[in-house]
Design a protein around this ligand. Structure first.
Ligand code: HAM
Length: 403
């Protein structure tokens, strides 16, 4: 027997229904916010992820599904959606237009991580990316859209925000932080020591208890922001307050991908265990230019669908559709015709097996159909069909041509 790969699972039974429910709920809201659908290939050149997600990130350093294809190309299964969408934005010359472009997407992502609850190697995201809008109102709108999606799905969350600064304030802060980290080098863990040289900001995110204590005294980016970044963060907080979206500022929130600047945020749940981040995102104003396009401000987010599956309740399904059954095999050709006509407008089950009326009704009830439509010997003779509404129990006979 061949089993699925470690950290990969089928979306089947209730999970597949929840997946569809989450995605359709999110799509409806994203469309109302003016987003349109984009689908990019799962496989891209490895260089795309190395340059955007960043060589020093865990994703690129340890977790990529990377291989050489038959044409000797170095390719990678996407670990996230943003890089491919920025590539598509540039490939399709949208960076040459002066309009705002907003896209939503969903589908599988691949990271070779150590599997545990809420952490898979093949998982699904729903995400949005907005290009061409530098205003902090867009940052607020994106956060507000995610909170609408979680509200619609009945999911409670805590929102954490931070500013990662921009090219004005980040370089000076980086130097200051490196100075602090160098002075504590001996006491910090191996991972932190490696990151001092490659990506010092990520040190702030270290999960090691001992490092965390030391890092409490590290200089905070929030105290070193330039005027623009500071006023944008203040404005974002003000808009969240005015709109009653609760948040906390987490000065150690740095995100695990390198492309962010200014607003960064994570939605966390206290109900899902150790892997508590249920969505994350932020601004990435430099990425389009960095990947060779014309400089375009951008912001986006992604929700981890598997992380919220256990929190989502499926809405109760109302009875719907027609169950067609024969008491006499000769009725099947009429029922086939009816099924073909009715399937244009509703769900139809045609039972091929001749059964008793009682077992047809039981079957229809179990399958959640609203109406059982049966042809027996009398109906065959009179060219009629007997219909029972399984909700209000009403029974009726119709001439077939009027049904
Ligand atoms: P991310 O924080 O790496 O951001 O992933 C977003 C969400 O995907 C996480 O908050 C988590 O819920 C889920 N997730 C990540 N890894 C796994 C895993 N191994 N198993 C299950 N769920 C997982 C991004 O991917 C960015 N592209 C978000 C973004 C879009 N930023 C700007 N635009």
């Amino acid at each position: 027997m061949i089993n699925p790969l470690r950290g990969m699972k089928d979306l089947i039974f209730e999970d597949s229904q929840k997946y569809v429910h989450i995605v359709t709920t999110a799509i409806k809201i994203a469309k109302n916010y003016g987003y349109s659908y984009i689908e990019t290939p799962i496989l891209e050149e490895t260089a795309l992820f190395k340059r955007s997600v960043g060589e020093s990130s865990d994703i690129v350093g340890k977790e990529m599904y990377q291989f050489i294809d038959k044409g000797d190309n170095d390719v990678c299964m996407r670990p996230e959606g943003t890089a491919g969408i920025v590539r598509a934005f540039i490939s399709n010359k949208l960076d040459r237009q002066d309009t705002v472009n907003r896209f939503y997407y969903y589908g599988p992502m691949f990271r070779y991580e150590r599997p545990q609850k809420g952490r898979l190697r093949s998982f699904h995201q729903f995400g949005c990316e907005s290009f061409g809008e530098a205003s902090v109102y867009e940052d607020f709108t994106i956060v507000s859209m995610i909170s609408d999606i979680f509200d619609a799905l009945g999911i409670r969350y805590n929102l954490e925000i931070n500013s990662l600064g921009d090219s004005n304030c980040m370089p000076a802060y980086r130097e200051k932080l490196i100075g602090f980290l160098e002075s504590k080098k001996e006491s910090l863990c191996e991972d932190c020591n490696r990151r001092i040289a490659t990506n010092p900001i990520r040190v702030l995110d270290c999960k090691n208890e001992h490092c965390r204590t030391i890092l409490q005294d590290a200089p905070k980016l929030i105290n070193n922001l330039c005027d623009t970044c500071k006023s944008d963060l203040d404005r974002l907080c003000q808009l969240l307050n005015e709109n009653k979206i609760a948040y906390t500022i987490n000065t150690n929130l740095v995100r695990g991908l390198d492309y962010y600047n200014k607003s960064a945020f994570e939605f966390v749940s206290t109900e899902v265990g150790a892997q508590s981040a249920i969505a994350g995102g932020g601004r990435y104003d430099k990425l389009v230019a960095f990947l060779g396009g014309r400089s375009t401000p951008a912001i986006g987010f992604a929700i981890g669908i598997e992380r919220i599956m256990d929190l989502v309740q499926l809405p109760e399904k109302p009875r719907e559709g027609l169950y067609l059954g024969a008491l006499d095999e000769r009725a099947l050709s009429s029922l086939l015709q009816i099924a073909k006509d009715k399937r244009g407008e509703q769900r139809v089950h045609l039972e091929y097996e001749k059964k008793s009326l009682k077992s047809h009704l039981k079957n229809a009830d179990k399958m959640g159909y609203l109406k059982a439509c049966i042809i027996g010997e009398d109906e065959l003779k009179n060219n009629t069909i007997w219909v029972k509404n399984l909700e209000n129990k009403e029974e009726q006979n119709f001439p077939i041509e009027k049904f």
